[in-house]
Design a protein. Sequence first.
Lengths: 251, 293
Amino acid sequence: MNPITAKNVTVAYQRKPVLQSIDFEAPEGKLIGIIGPNGAGKSTLLKSILDLVPKASGEVNIYGKPYRKQRQKVGYVPQRGSVDWDFPTNALDVVLMGRYGQIGMFRRVKKKDRREAMSCLEKVGMDQYANRQISQLSGGQQQRVFLARALAQNAQVYFMDEPFVGVDAATERAIIQLLSELKDQGKTVLVVHHDLHTVRDYFDWTMLLNVRKIAFGPTTETFKKDLLQKTYGGKLTLLDQEEEQEVTPLA
Amino acid sequence: MSYTFWILLTASLVGVSCGIIGVLLILRKLAMLSDAISHTVLLGIISAFLITQSLDGWTMFIGAAIVGLLTTVFVQMLHSAGVQSDAAIGIVFTFLFAIGVILVSMYAGNVHIDVEHSIMGDIAFIPWETVNWFGIEGIPQAVWMLGIVLVIDVILLFLFYKEFKVSTFDPELAAAIGLPVGVLHYLLMGMTSLTAVASFDAVGAILVVAMLIAPGATAYLLTERLSMMFVLSAVFGVLAAFSGYYIAAWLDASIAGMMATMAGVIFLLAFVFSPTHGLIAKRLLQNRIKYEV
């Protein structure tokens, strides 16, 4: 069964549709990139799948059932800028929040949860920062803490909103390494991404999105100039220049 | 029990209950909403009085809690409809408070509710307003009410500690893992309303805001752990209460006014001297960086 099945998803703020009639079926065990221009509805797509924004129509199933019945199977990494990093807490505590769904209401955090959270911090190379106040971490370190928190959710399907924004090169490599480990464990990862140069290297499958779904499939089939042109319209000039530069040495 | 004892106990209960609620209000950036609620509870109190014709503490509790929640709901509605959130607070707050003021002036001129009293409070009279509740005599009504509200606040915070924590830090994650984020928000607003109305008699509508915000803001400057922030905030609330009372007694000034002033003075001290966030520490750090460069 497919990890994500979306049928005719439409989301509108006020009257203007942000997403229109999105259909797709994501295959299991793939790294999937979602790309498109600003305002294309990339984050909104993730949020509508997670019931964080209301859908005007359509439905999404996670392994064949509505999201509210499958929360334990899903991990989420919001945009780093969506939270207040001056909040009085440390890295380990943030990772522990990933366990709250499994711990459940009215129950306390146990030693077992702490050990689990600690091992997730280790996986992202942040265990020595466990007791560090989160505002004292660099952007890349904060993003790793967020990833560790998603790992602590111990999910089958992961949704990540721009995890590479504002991180250093080392962190970017660490993240991509981690994502391929998740893939090797048969997990499915959907990543909102905006750096077109790395799409071919990072993602098995790619969705081109601009309010409507322009294309969805293996990156080799979807990451093509005509489709990108259709997605980005006139804003694609930067990418064109880049390609010309790549071509020059050969000529 | 002496007169001073009851005043200090009342003031300390205000300090602790406002202090712990204030922590969540500050971290959720709801300080102005608490300002609104602390005023609009006046409408709740007068409405409860007009409906039941009694000044019983319980009816006031219920009236204030309902209007406090309505305030939050109205603000939310206006904000969702596209009004700026601070403008929404300003409109709802003044409108409901004004209705309260009108009702007080029309119907309650000769009972123990008046606008000045509700804005400034009157802690000096509290020790004499004793009631016989649960067969126990001689305890002031304000102490009963504050005590009960404090117990309710503490129990709810313990029960929902991790839920309040994650929904404050990252509401999206909280919603994604299935926590009732909206219910938690309104629960906190209900707790704020109850705390405000219980503190009302003691310190009044304006000064309750000082007690809700200043101790928490002080604690925020001094700790990097949420649990410690609750403890420190409660301690600073009590400290403001004690120092405020004794200075007011010495100067023969308004007790509630001096308590709020001391809450501000304590904040100022932390603002200047905090080892991590204070002005001096920041200046020293900058100098050190300058030398190293």
